[in-house]
Design a protein around this ligand. Structure first.
Ligand code: GUN
Length: 294
């Protein structure tokens, strides 16, 4: 038996279509046009690809998209001034500062300056703290996508053993909180964890978010487990385009897992779709409307 391949592309397309439906409804019923501002500092090629995709998909969902590109040597004060302006702009309901930022800029200072109501990345301490406390919060997009993909396989995650490998603010830590909200039993592992294969052997749900190509081997995986691969690693290919691989050895895992996300075509597709969800939710909350139906 080979694993069920979780079709992130199709699930993301369905989610985007549902967001577009709700955007059309709030526009029609309340004259509200949700708006997302994306700030890109410098010209990292991977970041440029992401930002372009956010712009296209935001517009396709019927929302307003505002792009701000700043040079890599921008002064921190100028970036803070832009964020202040976006915080005050009534047409902007979501603000995303693309990470990583150049070394000369203090990422924490920038994130703390974003209005928590517009923090569609869920990185501001208000939102991270609310999420950790089990309160309603804007949660980071990639972990939200991981939960949706898992629920495409399991209607309920209650009581399941989940292993999260990776403890970043953007993925691992918030994913742990979302899994707890689903009543899963969560283990968080990372680069210093001892005996990862043993931890993985007990995991009904395995999330790999470490950024190390094919680190999770097939023989680590509990037979029948659901494997969500968050890694996007570019492997150089001589004379060709780089090959994308995840944090899981996919071909090996296919023979053991019950369900698995491919790379590309898995989690990656979900992140921007969930960003649209967060922007719609933020816009409704700021306008004092009930939460949307997505
Ligand atoms: N860089 C890679 N992924 C992300 C993300 O989800 N949000 C931001 N702001 N930057 C990123």
């Amino acid at each position: 038996m080979t694993a069920h391949i979780i079709d992130g592309k199709a699930i993301a397309a369905d989610l985007r279509a549902r967001v577009a439906g709700e955007v059309a409804r709030v526009k029609r019923e309340h004259g509200l046009v949700p708006g997302l501002a994306v700030v890109l500092v410098g010209n990292d090629p991977a970041s440029e690809v992401y930002v372009r995709s956010k712009h296209t998909q935001t517009q396709a969902a019927g929302m307003a998209s505002f792009e701000h590109k700043l040079p890599a040597d921008v002064a921190e004060a100028d970036l803070l001034a832009l964020i202040g302006k976006l915080n005050r702009d009534p047409a902007v309901h979501g603000i995303l500062v693309q990470l990583p930022l150049p070394k000369s800029i203090h990422t924490e200072t920038i994130i703390n300056a974003i209005d928590p109501a517009k923090d569609v990345d869920g990185l501001h301490p208000n939102n991270a703290g609310r999420l950790a406390g089990g309160f309603a919060a804007l949660a980071p997009c990639t972990p939200l996508g991981c939960i949706i993909l898992t629920k495409s396989v399991h209607a309920s995650l209650e009581g399941m053993n989940a292993l999260v490998i990776g403890r970043s603010n953007l993925v691992g830590r918030p994913l742990v909180q979302l899994l707890l909200n689903e009543n899963a039993t969560v283990t968080i592992a990372h680069s210093r964890s001892r005996d990862l294969p043993k931890l993985a052997a007990g995991a009904d749900l395995l999330y790999a978010a470490v950024g190390r190509p094919e680190m999770v081997r097939g023989d680590w995986i509990k037979p029948g487990a659901t494997v969500i691969d968050v890694g996007i690693n570019r492997i150089p290919v001589e004379g060709g385009k780089p090959r994308l691989v995840g944090d899981v050895a996919y071909q090996e895992a296919l023979n053991v897992a019950g369900a698995i996300t491919p790379v590309p075509g898995g989690v990656g597709q979900m992140t921007v779709a969930c960003l649209l969800v967060n922007t719609l939710r933020a816009a409704c909350a700021i306008a004092g409307l009930p939460a949307p139906g997505v």
